[in-house]
Write a protein that binds this ligand. Sequence first.
Ligand code: F6R
Length: 612
Amino acid sequence: MCGVVGFVSKHGLAQKNVLRGLSCLEYRGYDSTGFACIDQQSRLHIQKVVGSLNNLIPALEAKSIDGTIAIGHTRWATHGMATLENAHPHTDCGQSLALIHNGIIENHQILRKQLQQQGHTFTSESDSEVIAHLAETFIQEQLRPSAILQKLSETLQGAYAYIILSQNFPNQLLIARNRSPLCLAIGKDGIFVASDPLAFPEQVDQMLFLPDKSYAVVTHNEYQIFDFVGNLLDVQLEKADKLVVVSGKGDYEHYMLKEIFEQKQAILRTLYEYKSGQTIQERLGLSTQAIKELEEITIVGCGTSFHAGLIGQFFLESIAQVATTVQLGSEFRHKTFLPRKKSVCIAISQSGQTADTLEAVELVKQHKVPVVALTNVAQSSLARESNGLLVTQAGPEIAVASTKAFSTQVATLYWLAHQIALVKGLIDNTSMLQVEQDLEAVASMLEANIAVHKDSIVADLDLYVSFKNYIFLGRHVTYPFALEAALKLKEISYIFSQAYSAGELKHGPLALVDATVPVILFSHPDESIYKKIVANAQEVKARKGFLIVFACQGQEELLELADKSFIMQTGPALLSPLAMTGVMQFFCYVLAKKMGRSIDKPRNLAKSVTVE
Ligand code: F6R
């Protein structure tokens, strides 16, 4: 994980630009933050702190260090705890260089041992520190910057994007990437390097993504990029995307709350984007024939995106009539992938940067199966690795807990299933129009349901926060929705919560139920499923469980069993999770707020999970 940023300027003031860049990269982790620069007298300064940029800024102000060349790092701890020693930048024994790194060096243990035998002293537990000591040995061999980077690429194994700042090359940044992302932008006053274009200032209009397995030497006005064999690469600059402007929280106390209330507009914008411009064939990168003949869809994703995929499976199977499986990115590599001939993979990722999902995509591509990215970031690694692209228009999602990305993913999958059905001749254009209207209506219900229930949720908060554990239940499409609800509650409130298929309750989890355990049950509009849900609710009540239901209109029997209930407008049955999304997220949000949690940046988490 972690975010790296660097700036080589013509006139100085590198610090301001690096700190601004870092503030945009905190979604990649905030366990510690660090800065390094070389001043006019070629002295190297390093400042690091535990915690976020808020702690670094006063520390830097106290020292007033700046220069024409600087780097910054925001960390999500993998190897070694979140301490000052493990914070980046790391340095060499001679303290003449500063190194920042995103990724994991897989052969760090063996390298560390070898370097220690050669007399190097390590000051941290971090895998990254080996890069600093290795670079030191190559500098001592009097190698040129490009030769140092070449030697490092031959020695290091694992995923990395790193930047080295050295007193020996005081006007150059040495950068390299293998699997972890790194990009570069040309500014008026110098050249920027970062893990994500988000870190570039608005005035920058030309940028490039470093190709995988490449390194570069960067000065304030030029750069040369090489592949790991040492060939000079001609990488075209592209226009920087100006849409990634992060607006503030406005009147909202937290980004999460703002993003919950942005969902209706996000769904409408996403639909609008799909209805205009490209055809479904162009978006998927598949011919009409290929869509008609699809035998199988494999969905991969992690966390909330995985849950959206599980809901989408119901859409793709029942509407588009295509057999669909949903796989966790992190588990996919351990399985045997036996794709049918006419197969496509849909990789779902809000950030488009999740390492486990990207790794799964690489494996899928080895089987020559086309990949469609369903992402919120059009310029992400996932978007660039894929044959087809569906971009949700949620806008930047800042809170770590995913909200509007989830609802736009679910809306996209519903729309997509109908588009495939349309191409296959299973539905006609009139039905497609109705589908789009339904989605628009459910987007409004999502918002209206929050308005109806928010006061009663807040009124009972003392009761809700008194519980130590929560069980969530659902059936059919509301089962994966229950998984998402349990994830949401645990990640922001730290209350242990677990989801089960309501039918599975009697196969074990019922043993947990008593008067102290609240069970949140998501109902379903379909009559036959509803009947089973009522039976499950009775099982809970028979064990004195505290039953909270998200019911659909007219479900009186269920309401009578409930200790607390929220009646939802739901629209078409398959879209009921979407209609319930806002209230579920709001419930989790206010619980976490009542408990005084760090809602936008929960402990131990980061927005983008760029390590496997
Ligand atoms: C939960 C959450 C995570 C992400 C997961 C995948 O609220 O945000 O579970 O959904 O880390 O991230 P993306 O969608 O960026 O691949």
